[in-house]
Design a protein around this ligand. Structure first.
Ligand code: ARG
Length: 254
């Protein structure tokens, strides 16, 4: 009988196939997200639990859910490690209040913008420093986070005329300011505002740099980028967006 193996073979094939599909279905879809958790209210460690929370973290979770991911894994790293980590495939996306710049656009791909910021000079309250333009920064000890647009701004506009101290995180730069090791830090306006609410510091001046934040993916990962843009656009048009702003900024303007 030539066909006597056909039925058992068919049964085996069906069993193998359902087994394979079963495994595929059970596998969790995880979006690996890189951030630098030193930038409240966008990303920071909850003082009580140590958990990484913030506007960006909740936003990427909403986006991941819309795209169909089961969960999000957050990897905390120094800001200047984010682009290399994307490149190396260690993370799928980076969200960290990242300013979209032409230089960075050569290294990674960015989503549509979701926030705007300028650069603020933050000083200790009552330290009597007056800043009206970049020249007033001359001679000061200025702290920034390595690799940020704040660092680049100070290097380009003040350069050798001041002592620029680079820190791995903005929290360390802020600590150095509070403890009197430096005179000022230059940091994005929304984060500067948050620092003034939590510490004895004030904003001395704002440089209008007109920056916009985007979510970054590895260069050429168009499939993921398109999904992120669709989800982000939907969220920004929904009530979720206002709720998120209300929760982390306490008002619904950006
Ligand atoms: N917007 C600035 C930049 O792109 C600062 C971002 C710093 N972000 C952070 N999570 N520490 O360079």
């Amino acid at each position: 009988m030539r066909y006597r193996f056909l039925v058992p073979m068919f049964i085996v094939a069906v069993l193998v196939l359902t087994g394979v599909l079963g495994c595929v279905q059970k596998q969790e879809m995880v979006l690996v997200v890189g951030t630098s958790a030193d930038f409240p209210p966008f990303e920071y460690k909850d003082p009580q639990t140590g958990e990484i929370v913030g506007f960006d973290i909740e936003l990427i979770k909403l986006i991941a859910k819309k795209i169909g991911y089961d969960k999000v894994e957050i990897k905390d790293m120094d800001f200047d490690s984010l682009i290399p980590a994307l490149d190396a495939g260690q993370i799928d996306v980076a969200i960290a209040g990242i300013t979209i710049t032409d230089k960075r656009k050569q290294q990674v791909d960015f989503s549509i913008p979701y926030w705007s910021a300028d650069q603020a000079v933050v000083i200790r309250k009552g330290s009597g420093i007056t800043i009206n333009d970049v020249k007033d920064l001359y001679g000061l000890n200025i702290g920034v986070q390595s690799g940020t647009t704040g660092a680049i701004y100070v290097e380009e506009h003040v350069g050798e005329n001041a002592t620029i101290k680079e820190y791995p995180t903005y929290i360390e730069a802020l600590q150095a300011l509070i403890t009197g090791q430096i005179d000022a830090i230059v940091v994005d306006t929304p984060v500067a505002q948050r620092f003034t609410q939590q510490y004895d510091v004030e904003i001395a001046h704002v440089f209008e740099t007109g920056e916009q934040y985007g979510i970054a993916v590895k260069k050429g990962n168009t499939d993921l980028l398109n999904k992120i843009n669709d989800a982000l656009q939907q969220i920004m048009n929904s009530e979720d967006w206002n709720k998120l702003i209300e929760k982390y900024f306490g008002s619904s303007s950006s």
